[in-house]
Design a binder for this molecule. Structure first.
Ligand code: 5GP
Length: 113
């Protein structure tokens, strides 16, 4: 599978503002934030899109959700945040290493644009 810029961030080949890291995932601030808090939560495992995940990834996907909650708590936004996952180019995915966007610190419209 091809590497992305996120693989380079995982491998510390390029810098990122990391706010959380454990054995399975990494969370760092988005370089082009769309809200006062905008953090990307990514698996260290190379998985281009959510729909590349299989049954064996069930635990990892749950881990990412719990990591999002931990990060939100650390950022002081656990009461109100939005978690977004763009799966596929037509859904807005630009980096093909699966990631959640954790957004907080402002009001959000629904439906999203
Ligand atoms: P996507 O559109 O794939 O769901 O989201 C990719 C996100 O990665 C975008 O919000 C973009 O600003 C962010 N991004 C792209 N390149 C970098 C980078 O080199 N460093 C960081 N921290 N964020 C990046």
């Amino acid at each position: 599978m091809s590497e992305t810029i996120f693989t380079k961030i995982i491998n510390k080949e390029i810098p990122a503002d990391v706010v959380y890291e454990d054995d399975l995932c990494l969370a760092f601030r988005d370089i082009n934030p769309q809200a006062p808090v905008h953090i990307l939560i990514i698996p260290k495992k190379n998985m281009p899109r959510l729909n590349d995940a299989g049954e064996a990834d069930e635990g990892l996907l749950g881990h990412l959700m719990l990591a999002a909650h931990k990060v939100a708590a650390r950022e002081g936004v656990a009461d109100a945040f939005r978690l977004v996952l763009n799966n596929g180019a037509a859904a807005g995915q630009e980096i093909f290493h699966m990631h959640f966007h954790l957004l907080a610190g402002r009001s959000f419209a629904w439906p999203p644009g």
